[in-house]
Design a protein. Structure first.
Length: 159
């Protein structure tokens, strides 16, 4: 599987951030991603709905591997006080890595959010699942700060 940042196939209003971000890099539909995440959770002894707003980070990282990819940690601000973590706008302004990344943000309490980015472009729920050049986070996302990032790639074929 080759991971690329593309428009989400079959994206619909109301799709949450995790299926949007994972569908954008995998070419799968949000429905497929939701089902795959549900299966992963079931194997771990948890029952979840296929469409939800609070997928576990470990579940979506396991899904990357099931899709044939791999990941490594990128930036990690989880040990920093919330107010010292970068705002999404600030993080994106200083970052344009050549690799696909999943950016996990939160509000410092209970609301989490993930989006996908590559070379200054993003796919998010606010982009309606479309790839756009990043300029700024909409006002209703300004309360979030970057907590952790994950670099996603296709592993080298074994020799």
């Amino acid at each position: 599987m080759i991971f690329t940042l593309d428009d989400v196939r079959e994206w619909q209003t109301g799709v949450s951030c995790t299926p949007t971000a994972l569908a954008a890099i995998s070419g799968r539909t949000p429905t497929d991603i939701g089902q795959m995440l549900q299966n992963i959770a079931a194997r771990c002894g948890r029952q979840i709905a296929t469409e939800r707003n609070d997928y576990a980070v470990d579940d979506w990282l396991m899904l990357i591997k099931e899709l044939g990819g791999d990941w490594v940690p990128g930036d990690d601000y989880s040990g920093c006080a919330f107010v010292k973590r970068p705002l999404i706008d600030d993080w994106m302004a200083g970052h344009s890595a050549p690799d696909i990344e999943l950016i996990f943000c939160d509000d410092g309490a209970k609301i989490g959010h993930v989006f996908s980015t590559h070379e200054g472009k993003v796919v998010d729920t606010y982009t309606d699942g479309k790839v756009i050049e990043f300029t700024a986070v909409p006002d209703d996302f300004q309360f979030l700060r970057v907590k952790r990032t994950f670099i996603v790639w296709d592993p080298e074929p074994s020799a």
